[in-house]
Ligand binder design. Structure first.
Ligand SMILES: Cc1cc2nc3c(=O)[nH]c(=O)nc-3n(C[C@H](O)[C@H](O)[C@H](O)COP(=O)(O)OP(=O)(O)OC[C@H]3O[C@@H](n4cnc5c(N)ncnc54)[C@H](O)[C@@H]3O)c2cc1C
Length: 412
């Protein structure tokens, strides 16, 4: 309930969740249409915006989007181009790790298929630009509930006040409270795995090479960062991951070295260790009357292909395009007529990526000799098929299928 005598604030679009996806949506809308009133609600105080220890593989399409949103130039100096990727498949005790698959990838001349960007650089840049464009921040606060009527949606905040909008977009992450309140069901399972994330410093340069080592507990990814540093996404069974993250640094570094090897010289920790539980969660619907889901609120997937955030960027590029066009045609932004265009555009792609990451994770997170022989044969086959490899590069770059304009580097 709104507090009595408090004038209600009214917006065109309210976004619940000021993470990477919610903030990018606010920028996409305001960049295309300065007259649109957009508010972002988030419980995070500004002081922790740069504390995310992860780095993300930002696909070429996503860097084009960030460029259109006016923040790529600012974060580019912290970004590391990924020039090459190798895939190995071995047991931990194997002395040699044969390379089964290699990609060296530019999507256009001089444009690598991905860059590694520290998350702690991206979020402050998004907030700064959004503030400059006039996005309203309702923070630190959170959306606790909402009620849709034929003409608008009223959102209640944790401080008891409420705001009104034509459309509420839930960008509140994989455990989305608003998705549950909207009655949208999900398909969900846990992998019993966690992704250990940390940064390491090594003696020798990585040359922009990303490495995905398939080990029996799951993928061990070494992703190049600016300087002689790499970001690790190291999948283990959840109990083992917790033990490694909470245990002493010495034991951690020994386990790290067993997986990392010595090809980049001496390796040492250069950041805190964190473990993120991994699962698959796909929303059955993306929209309701005056309500839409974006980012992890719509789909949480395994980081095996580094595509979770990239899918979120695709969502917001598609939703912004649909909403801006609807407004230009004088349509009401929150109606199902408008929102279903977004859902049709995004649902299949998301479902497909969820299935692909799920199958890859199951196929590679085991030590069965027969499965290993079949998958290694498959990897070797793909490696000898340039047309298939270029299709994979195009997928990894986020440029396969019907692509929203912002991801092509065009204004809406
Ligand atoms: C180990 C790991 C590695 C990864 N690596 C990659 C990668 O390389 N490339 C890639 O593309 N993706 C990667 N991902 C996935 C990526 O991190 C996520 O897809 C991305 O963070 C999702 O962003 P989001 O904005 O949708 O959600 P979040 O980042 O979870 O943000 C949700 C926001 O909502 C706010 N919020 C929560 N509840 C409320 C509420 N009630 N009201 C208002 N606000 C609320 C939260 O404070 C938060 O700010 C990785 C994930 C993991 C776990």
């Amino acid at each position: 309930m709104a507090k009595p005598n408090t004038p209600q604030r009214v917006f065109d679009v309210v976004i619940a969740g000021g993470g990477y996806v919610g903030m990018s949506l606010s920028l996409a809308l305001k960049t295309a249409d300065r007259e649109m009133s957009v508010a972002v609600i988030d419980p995070k105080p500004m002081s922790i915006l740069d504390k995310d220890p992860r780095a993300s593989a930002i696909a070429a399409a996503a860097s084009r989007l960030l460029d259109q949103l006016g923040i790529w130039e600012g974060i580019y100096s912290s970004a590391q181009p990924v020039n090459e990727m190798i895939v190995t498949d071995s047991r931990l005790r194997d002395v040699v790790r044969p390379v089964f698959l290699t990609f060296d990838g530019e999507v256009t001349d001089g444009e690598p298929f991905a860059h590694m960007v520290p998350n702690g650089v991206m979020l402050p840049a998004l907030y700064e630009k959004a503030a400059a464009l006039g996005v309203d921040f309702i923070a630190p606060d959170s959306a606790t509930t909402f009620k849709s009527s034929p003409d608008d949606v009223s959102i209640t905040l944790s401080n008891g006040e409420s705001v009104t909008a034509k459309l509420l977009v839930a960008a509140d992450g994989v455990r989305s409270r608003l998705r549950d309140l909207a009655g949208i069901k999900t398909v969900h399972w846990d992998y019993g795995q966690s992704g250990i994330v940390t940064t390491v410093r090594h003696e020798r340069p990585h040359g922009g090479r990303a490495e995905e080592h398939f080990l029996p507990a799951g993928p061990f990814a070494v992703l190049p960062l600016a300087g002689n540093r790499s970001s690790l996404v190291w999948t283990e069974k959840t109990l083992d991951a917790e033990r490694l993250v909470r245990g002493d640094e010495f034991t951690f570094e020994i386990e790290l070295e067993r997986r990392f090897g010595h090809h980049l010289g001496k390796v040492e920790l250069d950041g805190a260790r964190h473990a993120y539980p991994l699962g698959l969660r796909l929303a059955r619907d993306f929209v309701k009357h005056r309500f839409a889901l974006v980012g992890d609120a719509a789909h949480g997937i395994h980081p095996i292909a580094g595509q979770g955030l990239n899918l979120g960027f695709k969502d917001i590029a598609a939703l912004a395009e649909v909403l801006v066009e609807a407004r230009r045609l004088g349509q009401d932004l929150g109606t199902l007529d408008v929102l279903e265009r977004y859902e049709k555009w995004r649902r299949f792609d998301t479902f497909q990526m969820g299935v692909v990451t799920d199958v890859l994770n199951r196929l590679f997170s085991n030590d069965l000799s027969v499965v290993r022989a079949v998958r290694d044969f498959g990897l070797g086959l793909v490696d000898r098929m340039p047309s298939l490899k270029s299709r994979f590069i195009s997928e990894a770059a986020g440029l396969a299928g019907p692509t929203p304009r912002l991801l092509l580097g065009e204004a809406i």
